[in-house]
Design a protein around this ligand. Structure first.
Ligand code: SF4
Ligand code: SF4
Length: 147
């Protein structure tokens, strides 16, 4: 069910080709709106339980990815030969730049290999942000990684 929800909320192929864009896998949070509050471009709203991204307004800045306390926001980028995914993770799970990782779908199933191209800790001292690239066929299915 999660996979289906993500698929129907995915940006168009044309938008994916233009570079990083936010995608949400939020299961719905009544009390939380940190992602929408962090967006300075009017691209992310939360009219009810679910956040909504206006993909054409999103510039892929990643502020919503850093702000989400449950790592339910990510950036995807289809502008290269490889697919790129940017996600928030626990500091303990932060890979080294260049490190190989396993790509996972929203259900935690392994999809294939990826490569860490950027990884840095966040100021909260508990989380980090990871940018990984993987084969292009995983652009719409890769949602997370495992070291
Ligand atoms: S990536 Fe930036 S512009 Fe896009 S929805 Fe997130 S905060 Fe807004
Ligand atoms: S900040 Fe995260 S958990 Fe909260 S509404 Fe946004 S996506 Fe959902």
């Amino acid at each position: 069910m999660e996979e289906f929800k993500q698929e129907i909320a995915f940006p168009s192929d044309e938008r994916l080709l233009r570079g990083r864009v936010a995608v949400t896998v939020c299961p719905g949070q009544d009390e939380c709106g940190a992602c929408a509050a962090a967006c300075g471009f009017g691209a992310l709203t939360k009219p009810g339980r679910f956040p909504t991204v206006a993909y054409d307004l999103c510039i892929g800045c990643g502020a919503c990815v850093k702000a989400c306390p449950r790592a339910n926001m990510r950036l995807v980028d289809g502008s290269r030969d490889e697919a790129e995914l940017t996600v928030k993770c626990r500091l303990a799970d932060l890979p080294e730049e260049g490190e190989a990782v396993r790509m996972l779908n929203v259900s935690g199933l392994e999809l294939g290999e990826g490569r860490t191209v950027q990884a840095y800790p966040l100021p909260d001292g508990r989380h980090g942000v990871v940018r990984v690239r993987t084969e292009r066929t995983l652009l719409k299915s890769a949602a997370a990684f495992r070291k």
